[in-house]
Design a binder for this molecule. Sequence first.
Ligand SMILES: [Zn+2]
Ligand SMILES: [Zn+2]
Length: 534
Amino acid sequence: RQGVGLRDNFLILQIMMAATALYAFPSLRHLPGWNTGGLAVAALLHVAATEPLFYAAHRGFHGAHLFARYHALHHSNKVPTPFTAGFATPLEHLVLGLLMALPLAGACAAGLGSVGLAFAYVLSFDFLRAMGHCNVELFPGGLFRSLPFLRYLIYTPTYHTIHHTGKKANFCLFMPLFDRLGGTLDPESWELQRKNRAGMDEAPDFVFLAHVVDVMQSMHVPFVMRTFASTPFAVRAFLLPLWPIALLFMFMVWAWSKTFIISYYHLRGKLHQIWAVPRYGFHYFLPFAKDGINDQIELAILRAERMGVKVVSLAALNKNEALNGGGTLFVNKHPDLRVRVVHGNTLTAAVILNEIPKGTTEVFMTGATSKLGRAIALYLCRKKIRVMMMTLSTERFQKIQKEAAAEDQQYLVQVTKFQSAEQCKTWIVGKWLSPREQRWASPGTHFHQFVVPPILGFRRDCTYGKLAAMRLPKDARGLGSCEFSLERGVVHACHAGGVVHFLEGYAHHEVGAIDVDRIDVVWEAALKHGIRPV
Ligand SMILES: [Zn+2]
Ligand SMILES: [Zn+2]
């Protein structure tokens, strides 16, 4: 509680200082909106006075006497956050406030002050302080190698974190130049900066190409809120006021953005990244948006090709049959691709099939003629399990039935009404089910599902399976965020399918229809690599 108060104190202090200035110098009440000359004066004073004075004061605060009394508090946050910037004692805030006022006072004294300058300077100052404490490296890893002079002009989050942990170097405000002059510059600062940034800049070996689910879910990414992203996604109260802002971002992303990195982890020493196509779930249902989405996916695949990525796994709607034939479109258009394009659904089918209890003799399936439905039906009839395939299209049903061996065809049955499923306790749901349709199931039925979004569990006397997912191997490192509503370390089965494709070094593209013969092969390979069912 004391901590929260201390975090706000400096705001009150700064308002008091500004109010005092306005009171003492009435002319400040009539400043113009903007004056470029004033900016030059302030910049000069910042470099010539604020920076060196802060450096001197900060080193003073690290003296034995002052540190324990005044500065230990600021260093008490073992892991800095943007709020740590404002977490200090009143004396420190007073010193910082005065140093901040200097350039503004100078510009005003020269008759060049402006309202714009006051806002621009104070906000930039706060922004840079928060940036330095944010504990996420923001600057590109190669930047300070290609432009070495920048090392002395701007600090980085890594740079200030070194100060927080070691307390022996990197004392400057924003400009490492003064650490250089004072002999307190940690020479490892930029090497460490590059390493901290590594997961973002290195070329990955594996990419899971996702998309945004909806506006609410768009806030569930580590670069918006790390804490929130580190827990499974759920709609929370604090998201509601932010929703309009996220909506605005949706339009901006739709208009301008290209595929971007969401997160990454390491497995067996290789970098795996999750990229997002800048499209939201609902875009996939807009007929006019189809070409734009395929262009985005194609661009991402070609970028991965240039980077030397080995496998790109298409997530969720990015491999929609109607959109691009489960990835077939890209493979046909670019026959020379070295990167393997994978829909990962062979493993999805395997996960669903392995959830069906041994001894089951009959299942009922909706979405039965879809890509997954077809593969599941063909697999089950080989095991002499009767599959009631719910479809109104006899033509599509017969096409699948003919694929089965002659002696197994009798196990595939077309049904057109939910009544037929009344006695069957194993439902495999591949198409949205209304509460009304769910009412046909007898008590004790289990609903397995591969429908996106998952159906809502209306029946209290039945059980509902989750979307097919698998747990990554124990040696996966750096899993800081959750994949949608899944637990940390658990990924969608198609993601895991892509990982298996990469680990096994399969040479084929996994696009279009699922090869039923490969279901067991992929499942065994996943288990062999320590990828486990949830
Ligand atoms: Zn600090
Ligand atoms: Zn310090």
